[in-house]
Write a protein that binds this ligand. Structure first.
Ligand code: GTP
Ligand code: MG
Length: 221
């Protein structure tokens, strides 16, 4: 971020944020590590119990200061870390990519049932995809982070999706970036069709998997 090109009052406020932002980054990174560990424990236990791995991969990301400033501006929030901590609940994000739709729900259930995971809100874009075709299951949760000064609760946005949903979302993201948000109507339409094709593929693969292997935890087909 280049403070020299900013309006001077904004630059001054951000310059004062430095040490506090480093503290925030550390705390949110700890929260991401906690969530990642919980996911890997779920994965290993599931594998042990059912001889089946419902998770393809887990990734994490922390919003940069640039992107936080952008979001704060869009939402009319002041340049104040205390306000951001309260109002911006996706500073820390985890993405859990599963093989099948059913696995996304199953991992979501196992994760959100944990006593050390407090669910703040859930958005089910798998059952109710967005108008553009975006599909994923989102949970905003709070997880405890243990510091030498005590325990704090940190919000993390967790997205559960299938490989096909992830494939679609990643292309959608690249296209939005390329067109700077002004995506031509025919590309929008084509993306919507691609989302439908991804959904069809998900359902088809799941049926096939079920036919061959049965449901994990059940005696088989
Ligand atoms: P944000 O201000 O973006 O956080 O929106 P929101 O608070 O209404 O949350 P929402 O559940 O709509 O989206 C949160 C996150 O889901 C985004 O940051 C993206 O990672 C993902 N997402 C939501 N909609 C789309 C979409 O249309 N395309 C892609 N590629 N990702 C999306
Ligand atoms: Mg978001």
């Amino acid at each position: 971020m280049d403070l020299s090109t900013m309006p001077s009052d904004l630059a001054r406020r951000l310059a004062g944020i430095g040490a506090d932002f480093r503290q925030l980054t550390l705390e949110y990174e700890f929260a991401l590590r906690e969530v990642e560990t919980k996911m890997h424990i779920l994965q290993d236990e599931f594998l042990h119990l059912h001889d089946y791995n419902p998770i393809e991969h887990v990734s994490t990301r922390l919003k940069t200061l640039d992107s936080l400033v952008g979001k704060a501006n869009r939402r009319g929030l002041p340049m104040d870390l205390g306000v951001w901590r309260r109002e911006i609940l996706d500073i820390a994000g985890t993405r859990v990519t599963c093989s099948f739709r059913r696995d996304a729900y199953r991992v979501f259930d196992l994760f959100t049932e944990r006593q050390d995971v407090e669910v703040v809100s859930v958005k089910d874009y798998i059952a109710h995809p967005k108008a553009n075709g975006y599909s994923s299951l989102h949970a905003t949760v709070r997880v405890p982070v243990y510091l030498s000064t005590g325990v704090i609760l940190i919000p993390v946005e967790v997205q559960f999706r299938t490989i096909a949903m992830d494939f679609w979302a990643s292309l959608d993201h690249k296209i939005k970036y390329k067109y700077d948000g002004e995506v031509p109507a025919d590309v929008v339409d084509e993306l919507k069709e691609a989302a439908q094709a991804a959904d069809d593929l998900d359902r088809r693969m799941e049926r096939l998997h079920h036919r061959v292997h049965g449901q994990p935890g059940s005696p088989g087909p």
